[in-house]
Design a protein around this ligand. Structure first.
Ligand code: C2E
Ligand code: CA
Ligand code: CA
Length: 249
């Protein structure tokens, strides 16, 4: 199909639920391979795609692809898997975004509860009241909402309290530094406490070692993602990975 020939390819990184060692879900990440030019990482092409407005089309395609994929995994017996997609500011603030996502999911035959939208703090801080309304509408329909890179932006705690969000995603910079820098560890611990008191969950990203995983789980963080468990996997490798997952990296 035309999709197989598209220069873009998705990779999916497993997210683990530490309490029961099960796979909670996976985060979709962009991989772009322009013909004969090798590999362009998302940190390079996403800002360009945003600038030229291509992110709207690309973003819709990412959601459609993720929705189809998660349905396949459910059919293969992994019924509780959730798929996370990164949403750009332009996409989120575009009029009719919710209707577009609804349309995509209906066409794929995927339930909103299987899709998690990853948004950043700064994205939500612009036009806060509208953001709250849009998020609430998504939540009412059953979608999951995560705040990505949490702790790196300027969150207004009073707004955070009002945000209909399920998950705070602890930025990987804190995870990387928490064993050598007591301030980073304090931030990690505070984010986990904050989430608990607001009735939200936490997921740590960039978990690379058994020590980091242990430390995070002792602090009360139950969901994790990182090279310790798995790198982002090309879509063809994701299901085999699920089949072989034994609960231990
Ligand atoms: P992000 O959402 O914070 O994604 C996490 C990044 O950390 C991913 O990089 C992932 O491959 C990497 N990572 C995961 N585990 C580890 C680990 O254990 N150690 C280290 N050092 N890195 C780890 P990636 O795939 O290069 O994506 C970079 C960023 O590009 C993402 O950051 C996200 O902001 C953006 N992005 C990726 N795909 C999309 C997309 O489809 N749409 C939008 N709007 N943004 C995207
Ligand atoms: Ca993300
Ligand atoms: Ca992140």
């Amino acid at each position: 199909s035309a999709m197989d020939q598209a220069p873009s390819q998705r990779a999916y990184q497993p997210q683990i639920q530490l309490s029961n060692k099960r796979v909670y879900g996976s985060e979709a990440s962009g991989r772009w391979r322009p013909p004969a030019r090798g590999f362009v990482p998302p940190n390079h092409f996403i800002p360009i795609a945003e600038e030229i407005g291509l992110i709207i089309t690309l973003g819709a395609w990412v959601i459609a692809e993720a929705a189809r994929q998660v349905k396949r995994w459910h059919a293969a017996g992994f019924g509780e898997l959730v798929v996370s997609v990164n949403i750009s500011a332009l996409q989120f603030h575009q009029a009719g975004f919710l209707n577009e996502v609804q349309g995509i999911l209906e066409q794929a035959g995927t339930a909103p509860s299987s899709l998690e939208l990853e948004l950043t703090e700064s994205m939500l801080m612009t036009d806060m009241e509208v953001s709250i309304q849009v998020l609430q509408a998504f939540r009412d329909l059953g979608y999951r909402i995560a705040i990505d890179d949490f702790g790196t932006g300027f969150s207004c705690l009073n707004y955070l309290r009002r945000l209909p969000v399920n998950i705070l995603k602890i930025d990987q910079s804190f995870v990387r530094d928490m064993q050598t820098d007591s301030a980073s560890l304090a931030i990690v611990a505070s984010i986990i406490r904050l989430a608990e008191s607001l009735g939200m969950e936490t997921i740590a990203e960039g978990v690379e070692t058994v020590e980091e995983s242990g430390l995070l789980s002792n602090q009360g963080c139950n969901l994790m993602q990182g090279y310790y468990f798995s790198k982002p996997l090309p879509v063809a490798q994701f299901e085999p990975w699920l089949q072989q997952w034994s609960g231990n990296p």
